[in-house]
Write a protein that binds this ligand. Structure first.
Ligand code: TEU
Length: 553
């Protein structure tokens, strides 16, 4: 594919890396991660091949929802640094060719935000209408409560005024009233402010909740926000958190117009991926790929296997969810909200490196832009002593001693000990080990970037000859790549047919050394090792791989 094209629509072949400044690297020796520390680690991300960093909330906060409860949208939490440190970080990332986006959490504020303090001063307060009030709210459907362990409703009585305020999440997170034009103007100012300081877009928190209260056509607001952002910077993106069934979700792309959210996370594909891993059979994932609608032009899916929240299994059936629980988190304290896991992948897979390598090979071969949660590249574990979802938000592990901070870490959750502790899992050791997960993920990223067919080509799931094997084919601008993945702990006889390719071609393996001849009838057969993976590019026998991806045309 032409580089001019993939560079213009950068998000369609990006590698997004989500991190929390607080847990990444302490640069000033106070035990808390900060922008100075993060800036010093940018080369780790550059070596890995990351092209876009997603910063979790770094704004002033009482920290009751790990920063998703904000008291000032226009500054940096003093524990993490200053606006000056932020700008230095963004500039350094850009110097390495890495864009930066950040969480836009404007469904709600902290109840300690000055706006809310002002709003709750009385029914006539100037900012009263910035939030959502009711005298007598209807009882709420228990299914609609996001955090059922802590909340039993979404309306909280404000004793002073005798009215109830809406909180879609925790009670200390009052919902902003997006129906109020002043609030919308303020949100635009927030986007504009951070873009002026160098951000290339936003991960938009809880989008369906954000627009639900808007009267008339709530989606026209999302289109307005997108248009505003792209007037300021045509290449900026909105990456939407929209965990809805596919047909409902398409509206957030602006249906056929593609003028709302630029990218949406594929929560359903993620859940089917874990079901497939649990079953050692990729059918559930293959079904998701077939059912998943194509995003509108220039929009894109964002794929992932783990994020910072619970690994939600809410879109599986009860029986399917129990299967995943049984395979990957049978103990009650590994589960949360009755719908998800609070574990990271390596402990879920019993630390089986073959299977971990398979998991990331699948991720980077899927159509869509992969999003990594920090530490996935080294197989970071979790610490179940952390409360609820916090279990996976442990400090990054740089060296055998941790390397997160020169003093004792003051992060919300300490590093794990034992098998997944820093001594056994760290960046330094894995850089030196050619068989490490870090080296594997680095290679996957390199090959993924060279093979844009995978991320945004037309794709087809092919009959594979073995129920444990997923074969999918991606085509774009004359380039063809085929990904082959064995989900089972046994050898598989792979047998598939590639139609419409010139029989004089060879299939060159992008991950391991080797080529296969492509016979005239297009039938490909070989034995794949347990949890084996192949990415095969079709090319003329003497053609360099760069030409085979037709970059130059
Ligand atoms: O989550 C919003 C959301 O929609 C949740 O349902 C989410 O899918 C998950 O179940 C929460 O664990 C976002 C953030 O990702 C989350 O960390 C915040 O706690 C939440 O917003 C409130 O800001």
């Amino acid at each position: 594919m032409r580089l001019t094209y993939t560079a213009d629509l950068w998000w369609k072949n990006a590698v997004v890396y989500c991190l929390d400044v607080e847990t990444y690297k302490d640069g000033n020796g106070d035990g808390v991660g900060d922008f100075r520390g993060l800036t010093q680690q940018v080369d780790h991300l550059d070596r890995l091949g990351v092209t876009c960093i997603w910063l979790m909330p770094f704004f002033p906060t009482p920290g009751r929802d790990d920063g998703y409860d904000i008291t000032d949208f226009y500054s940096v939490d003093p524990r993490l640094g200053t606006l000056g440190d932020f700008v230095e970080f963004v500039r350094t990332a850009k110097d390495r060719g890495i864009r930066v986006i950040a969480d836009l959490v404007v469904n709600h504020t902290s109840d300690e935000h000055p706006w809310f303090k002002e709003a709750r001063a009385g029914r006539d307060a100037a900012k009263r209408d910035w939030y959502v009030w009711k005298d007598d709210p209807d009882p709420v459907d228990p299914e609609a409560i996001v955090f059922p362990d802590k909340e039993d409703g979404v309306w909280e009585l404000d004793k002073k005024s005798g009215q109830y305020y809406l909180h879609s999440f925790y009670r200390f997170q009052p919902d902003l009233n997006l129906d109020n034009p002043e609030v919308r103007d303020e949100i635009a100012r927030i986007l504009g402010f951070w873009m002026q300081l160098g951000l290339s877009g936003f991960r938009v928190d809880a989008v369906p909740f954000l627009i639900e209260g808007i009267r008339g056509d709530p989606h026209s607001y999302l289109a307005d926000l997108r248009a505003f952002m792209n007037r300021r910077d045509g290449g900026a993106i909105l990456l939407g958190e929209v965990n809805l069934p596919y047909p409902d979700l398409m509206r957030y792309f602006g249906d056929g117009n593609g003028d709302e959210v630029t990218m949406c996370f594929d929560f359903i594909g993620m859940q089917r991926f874990h079901l497939s891993m649990a079953r050692q059979n990729p059918q559930a994932l293959a079904d998701a790929l077939s059912q998943r609608p194509a995003p509108p032009k220039d929009c894109h899916w964002a794929t992932f296997v783990r994020n910072h929240d619970e690994l939600t299994l809410d879109k599986l059936t009860d029986a399917e969810r129990q299967e995943v629980f049984a395979a990957f988190g049978p103990k009650k304290d590994m589960q949360v909200f009755d719908r998800g896991l609070r574990r990271r992948l390596p402990p879920m897979l019993d630390g089986d490196l073959r299977r971990l390598k398979l998991a990331y090979s699948v991720l980077f071969s899927l159509p869509g832009t992969p999003v990594l949660f920090y530490g996935e590249e080294i197989g970071l574990g979790e610490n179940l002593k952390g409360e609820g979802r916090m279990a996976v938000r442990i400090p990054m592990q740089w060296t055998p001693d941790g390397g997160f901070s020169p003093v004792a870490a003051k992060t919300p959750v300490p590093s794990p000990t034992g098998k997944y502790g820093p001594r056994n899992v760290n960046v330094d050791a894995q850089r030196r080990d050619p068989d490490s997960l870090l080296r594997w993920v680095t290679m996957l990223i390199e090959r993924y970037r060279e093979s844009p067919e995978l991320a945004w080509g037309d794709y087809d799931v092919l009959a594979s000859g073995d129920e444990a094997v997923l074969v999918h084919r991606a085509d774009a601008e004359g380039g063809t790549v085929v990904a082959v993945h064995n989900f089972a702990d046994r050898e598989a006889e792979v047998d598939f047919v590639l139609k419409g390719l010139d029989g004089r071609r060879v299939l060159t393996d992008l991950l391991v050394d080797g080529t296969l001849d492509l016979p005239a009838d297009g039938r490909v057969r070989f034995t794949l090792e347990p949890y084996g993976t192949r990415w095969l590019r079709s090319a003329a026998p003497d053609q360099p791989l760069e030409d085979a991806s037709a970059k130059g045309s």
